[in-house]
Ligand binder design. Structure first.
Ligand SMILES: [Zn+2]
Length: 382
C-alpha cells in the first residue's frame, strides 16, 4: 500500500493519504551542523553541492537535456549505462567513438548507473568489469560499479554476502576506471554494523565519491527518517567533511532538505515522472492529489507551467507532461532553497517550516515524529 518498487533506483512512490494517524511532534531537540561548502570536482566540472541529478531516459523523454538546462538550470543528470550497453547497435556506436555527452547532447555532469537495480529483479549476465569499462570509455563523469542491491528484507547472511561481493566489485572497478570518477556504493541492508563496515572499507579502497545504496525502502515508508538518519550521519562521520555523498533514489522535495541537513548532498531520481504518472503534484511539503490538501499547504507554485495554466485548470489536474515539468521544477527549486539556507545558516528554520506545513497536510505522516526521534540521543530513545 505504501510503496511500489519498479525498475529504477528512484522509482518507489507512495501515498501520503494512506498514512496511519499519529500525533506529530515538531520539536527538533538537537540542532545539527548543516553548513555545506562541499563541491563535486570531476575531470570536467565543478559543482556546488547539494545537487539533484534527474534520471534521464534518452528514448523516453519528450524534452532534451539542453531544454532542461535552459529552462531549469539543471547541472547534471544520471543515465542508465546498462540500457545503452545491452543495445547491441548502441554499443557498437559507442565502440566506434560516439561519446556519451554528444549522444545525449549535454555538456553538464553525467553520472551513469550500472544496471545494479535491474539486476535486483533478474539475472543480467553482465560482468562488473565490462559495464565499468564501458561507462569509462563512453565518457561518464561519475560511474557506478555493479553493486548488489540489498532490500530491508534480506537476512544478515544474505546482506553480508552481498556486501562482500559489492566491496570486491568496487575494488575491481577501480582498475577499470581511468577517466571518470568511481562511486563507492554502500550496501549492508538493514544492518547498521554492516553499513558502517561498508563505508570504512570503501574509504580504505580509496574513492572520491560515496553513494548510499538500498536506502529508498526505508524512507519510502511514510517518510520515516529514523534509519536513514542513523546511516547517513554515520557515513558522513566516517567519510569526513569533504566527501561528496549521494543517496541513490532520493527525489521527493519534502525529504531532500532533511537528507541535506544530515550530511548528504547528491540526489537522483525519476520521481518527477513517476509521481506525475500517478497524478501526484509535488509541493515542498509533500506530494498531493487533491485540491483540499493543496490548499491546506498554502503552496502557490511560480513555475512556468503553473503560472501559465488555464485558470480553470486546478494545478493537480494538469496533464501528465506538464505535471512532470512542474514536479522537476519543484525538486530543483527545493535544492536552490537548501543551498541558500545552508549558506545563510537558516536550514533549521527551513526544516521547521516544512515540518509544520507537512503535519497540517498529512496528519498521519511519520516525518515529524521520526525526525524528532532521530535527533534524540540513543540512550533517550524508547
Ligand atoms: Zn508549478
Amino acid at each position: 500500500m505504501l510503496s511500489v518498487g519498479e525498475e529504477f533506483r528512484g522509482v518507489w512512490y507512495r501515498s501520503d493519504l494512506n498514512a496511519k494517524s499519529r500525533s506529530p511532534q515538531i520539536l527538533n531537540r538537537n540542532p545539527m551542523p548543516t553548513t555545506s561548502s562541499r563541491v563535486l570536482k570531476t575531470r570536467r566540472h565543478t559543482i556546488q553541492l547539494p545537487v539533484f541529478l534527474p534520471v534521464y531516459q534518452p528514448h523516453k523523454e519528450t524534452a532534451t537535456l539542453r531544454e532542461w538546462q535552459r529552462d531549469f538550470g539543471i547541472e547534471g543528470c544520471i543515465v542508465n549505462a546498462y540500457f545503452l550497453y545491452k543495445d547491441r547497435e548502441m554499443r557498437q556506436r559507442f565502440k566506434d567513438g560516439l561519446e556519451l555527452h554528444d549522444y545525449i547532447d549535454f555538456d553538464g555532469l553525467i553520472m551513469t548507473d550500472s544496471g545494479a537495480f535491474q539486476g535486483f529483479n533478474r539475472p543480467l549476465l553482465l560482468a562488473n568489469k565490462k559495464i565499468v569499462a564501458f561507462q569509462d570509455a563512453i565518457g561518464a563523469d561519475v560511474l557506478s560499479p555493479l553493486d548488489l542491491v540489498t532490500p530491508p528484507g534480506d537476512k544478515r547472511t544474505v546482506a553480508e554476502r552481498k556486501l562482500n561481493a559489492t566491496q570486491k566489485r568496487i575494488r575491481e572497478a577501480k582498475r577499470y576506471c581511468h577517466q571518470g570518477m568511481l562511486a563507492g556504493v554502500q550496501q549492508g541492508g538493514r544492518f547498521r554494523d554492516l553499513r558502517r563496515r561498508s563505508v570504512e572499507e570503501i574509504m580504505e579502497i580509496g574513492v572520491d565519491y560515496l553513494a548510499i545504496g538500498s536506502l529508498v525502502p526505508f524512507f519510502n515508508r511514510n517518510h520515516n527518517l529514523q534509519f536513514v538518519a542513523d546511516i547517513v550521519r554515520e557515513a558522513r562521520t566516517i567519510a569526513g567533511p569533504e566527501m561528496p555523498m549521494h543517496i541513490f533514489g532520493a527525489g521527493d522535495p519534502v525529504e531532500l532538505p532533511f537528507f541535506a541537513a544530515l550530511g548528504a548532498d547528491i540526489f537522483d531520481s525519476s520521481s518527477y515522472g513517476h509521481y506525475a504518472a500517478g497524478g501526484w503534484y509535488m509541493t515542498p511539503y509533500g506530494a498531493v492529489k487533491d485540491h483540499a490538501t493543496l490548499q491546506l499547504s498554502g503552496f502557490n507554485c511560480s513555475c512556468a507551467i503553473c503560472v501559465n495554466r488555464e485558470s480553470s485548470t486546478i494545478p493537480e489536474a494538469l496533464p501528465e507532461a506538464d505535471l512532470r515539468l512542474h514536479n522537476l521544477c519543484t525538486i530543483l527549486k527545493t535544492l536552490e532553497r537548501i543551498r541558500t539556507a545552508q549558506a545563510t545558516g537558516e536550514i533549521e528554520g527551513m526544516l521547521t517550516d516544512i515540518l509544520e506545513r507537512h503535519a497540517v497536510c498529512f496528519p498521519g505522516s511519520d516525518l515529524p515524529e521520526s525526525w524528532a526521534t532521530c535527533n534524540t540521543p540513543d540512550v533517550e530513545r524508547t
